[in-house]
Design a protein around this ligand. Structure first.
Ligand code: GRF
Length: 207
């Protein structure tokens, strides 16, 4: 299968993007990151990209606060297309992406969510799981559809909740699994092993 050409969108520290860069470096993921875009000017994800020699830029998404739409969405799509991106990775991107971007990359936009979906969509999901009293939390990598954290699920990993967990300790333990789950999902995609059938992602056996 052809090497994935990734465009990464993120708003924060970029540890998931780092795990993808590391997997590429280790030769376990056949991909290259063409561009990293952040809606937050001083987000550490941009610095990580620069350190890794990956092209990166700030994407001004105003006037919107919680979504990527309108002129900013158009600019984002143009940059991604210009760079030859075929797969969009939402790595801690704190905005809702809209149908226009999804239509530009059909079934090629992936998100990571720090919960076992469909439980706890939305923000600070690890805290939601803790407050609810869950004994098991986790992480989900999924294709993005027009809903919020609702697209077909590619990979999930469970994380036990400890008696003395705080939101911070649980999130840290979830992040360890995130850093395995995203490269794993992308490797399956790169190997051409994923097909979406209705709500289900069917994973073909390895050769
Ligand atoms: C992760 O917990 C991810 O699941 C969520 O946002 C956080 C991003 O972390 N969508 P990082 O910027 O990759 O370190």
């Amino acid at each position: 299968m052809a090497r994935l050409k990734l465009g990464v969108l993120g708003s924060g520290s970029g540890s998931n993007m780092q795990s993808i860069m590391d997997a590429i470096g280790a030769g376990t993921l056949d991909a290259e990151i063409k561009i990293v875009l952040s809606d937050v000017k001083d987000a550490y994800i941009l610095e990580r990209a620069a350190k890794g020699g990956v092209e990166n830029a700030y994407l001004d998404c105003s006037p919107w606060k919680t979504k990527l739409e309108g002129e900013a969405e158009d600019r984002c799509i143009s940059v991604l297309k210009e760079k030859g991106v075929d797969t969009v990775v939402l790595a801690g991107f704190m905005r809702i992406v809209k149908p226009k971007l999804l239509a530009a990359f059909p079934n090629r936009v992936l998100n990571i969510h720090p919960a076992l979906l469909p439980a706890f969509p939305g923000v600070a999901s690890w805290k939601q799981a803790l407050d609810y009293g869950c004994k098991v939390a986790g992480v989900t990598v999924h294709f993005v559809d027009a809903g919020t954290d609702s697209g077909p699920i590619i990979v999930q990993k469970a994380v036990p909740v400890a008696e003395d967990d705080t939101p911070e300790t649980l999130h840290a333990r979830i992040q360890v699994e995130e850093h395995k789950a995203f490269p794993e999902a992308l490797s399956l995609l790169a190997a051409g092993r994923l097909s979406v059938v209705g709500r289900r992602v069917v994973v073909a056996p390895a050769d």
